[in-house]
Unconditional design. Structure first.
Length: 152
């Protein structure tokens, strides 16, 4: 989608405990272009969305918060991106190549449903969990399974 046709842009602001490490993870590992550089913050184009990492170590929740997911390992406070399967595979390869810390290694979730997806969660090394979902059609993330009525 070209910039002239873009109607909305998601923005997320979050705390990190190390701005240089954030620049390495988001900029080098994930290859998200960095925008303006201001003291104690870094702006990134996170797969087409605007995120801002603020140096605020006391505000990082990290592993202290609640956990969710099948294995109870994913921090409740996380963010991420839903992407086509091909992009997911390239991103997973890049994360492995750079020795990223996986919270959940890539695996298939909701197998056999309309929402079947690849899922992985990594630490950004700055106190945040980043989740990646890969789907054949990314808008299937909103799909609701139709269930047959129960026999009465």
């Amino acid at each position: 989608m070209t910039e002239s046709r873009l109607k909305t842009l998601f923005h997320f602001s979050f705390a990190v405990n190390d701005l240089d490490r954030a620049r390495k993870f988001y900029g080098e590992v994930l290859q998200c272009p960095e925008g303006r550089k201001l003291p104690k913050r870094a702006d990134f184009n996170f797969f087409g969305h605007h995120i801002v990492a603020h140096l605020a170590p006391d505000e990082v929740v990290g592993a202290k918060g609640a956990k969710i997911g099948e294995a109870g390992e994913t921090p409740l406070r996380h963010f991420g991106v839903v992407m086509p399967l091909e992009d997911f595979e390239r991103t997973a390869d890049r994360l492995v190549k750079h020795g990223s810390e996986f919270i959940n290694r890539p695996k298939i979730q909701q197998k056999g449903t309309v929402r079947e997806q690849m899922l992985m969660t990594v630490s950004d090394g700055c106190g945040n969990a980043i989740e990646f979902k890969g789907l054949r059609t990314i808008t299937d993330v909103y799909a609701v399974e139709e269930r047959a009525p129960a026999n009465v």
